[in-house]
Design a protein around this ligand. Sequence first.
Ligand code: UPG
Length: 462
Amino acid sequence: MKDTIVLYPAYGSGHLMSMVELGKLILTHHPSFSITILILTPPNNKNNDSTTQYIASISNKFPSINFHFIPSISLTLTLPPHLQTLELSPLCNHHVHNIFQSISKTTNIKGVILDFLNYSASQINNILDIPTYFYFTSAASMLSLFLHLPTYHKKATKAIKDFNIDTPIELPGLPTLFVDDYPDDGKDPTSPGYQTLLECAKVFRESDGVIINTFDAFESKAIKALRDGSCVPDGTSPLIFCIGPVISTLYDTDEHQCMSWLDLQPCQSVVLLSFGSMGRFSKAQLNEIALGLEKSKQIFLWVVRSELDLDELSLDELLPEGFLERTKEKGMVVRNWAPQRAILSHDSVGGLVTHCGWNSILEAICEGVPMITWPLYAEQNLNRVILVKETKIALKLNESADKFVSASELGERVIELMESDKGKNIRERILKMKISANEARGGSGSSLVDLKRLGDSWKELD
Ligand code: UPG
């Protein structure tokens, strides 16, 4: 029987694409395996066309990657979008159990790699005695904080949410944090999100290994704290495999009207504004962004996504009156989605305003594009600390207490990134980081060494 590795991504295109890239990487270095990917389908049969097309194209190009669709269930999701998998996944466990049993008839499951949001599926692996690994699609720094949470929880006398704004939080492998840097879901012990994180951290600690999409030169201190166990002083730290940066491949379908527009722009002149798969803004915030860009006089490519209840409005109705006409020589506005990975690889792009999603960060590093950070939710505040304080490859955008960014702040930061000496230094540092990322993935680089260790751990199970 052929050996297979089962991958179980969380719901959402970012998670799926990242897992698919992991699968391709495993196949490149361990071609004797096949890859089986389980797909969580949205509740109530609401299929997403672009995901369906993406899966079809991967199946065509990579016959050793097989997809299994978990049947859709009826449910009204209540958690915020970035946490919905936590709600959906436990309800699908019986389907996953059946799929594992059916796959086992024709293949030998060597290991299951779960997205951390699907951590509840580890119960099935325990029942069926299948080794469980996690794929952590964010920073090693976040993993370090997360694995430390049960320790912190035991000794904490005060919830992080009640800390003063300038009270330092010292954690293994991390720079000094403050309450605003801390992930929202970990601030309040009485919240359901906190309890889930705590439970999930315990499952992680007991797993056979955690694969992280990062590389040694980028997050050396956090990776050291994970490897030497200092982030889990009261337990066992799982094996750690840092195999990144894993970013999505460029496809022909990435051809988009903005690519020919980019061809016409000078080298490193364009600032891209893109906020991941879920970043949405109010009309008032979109207004400020528009005015800030106009004032900066920089060339921009802006992926505009509005709050759901504004989706019916046209761009003309959504943005300040006359903005599109006034800036047509300076900028391009794209609604909802643009091929970000391809855009970042274009010579004319010189900066990225980002929500600090981990995939966007890695893509910017791999293309040597300096960033301006605008975290929106989840662990993005912590990611900003790594970019701005630890590695100094990004500028910080200052928000008001209610997370609003003014036109003048955005405009000034964009000019600073594109025109000042500080911006130049940031560009130089990210270009060095790009070289380190390439070294990690090539020859005897740290990420390839870890990928080999991972494959060897599966072979030892024979
Ligand atoms: N992307 C596009 N076009 C767009 C917007 C996004 O191609 O118009 C791509 C982008 O290139 C990237 C992915 O979509 O590959 C977005 O990934 P990411 O930057 O990680 O953002 P999210 O989709 O918001 O990611 C979720 C969480 C984030 C976390 C990440 C990884 O929101 O906080 O770091 O997952 O765990």
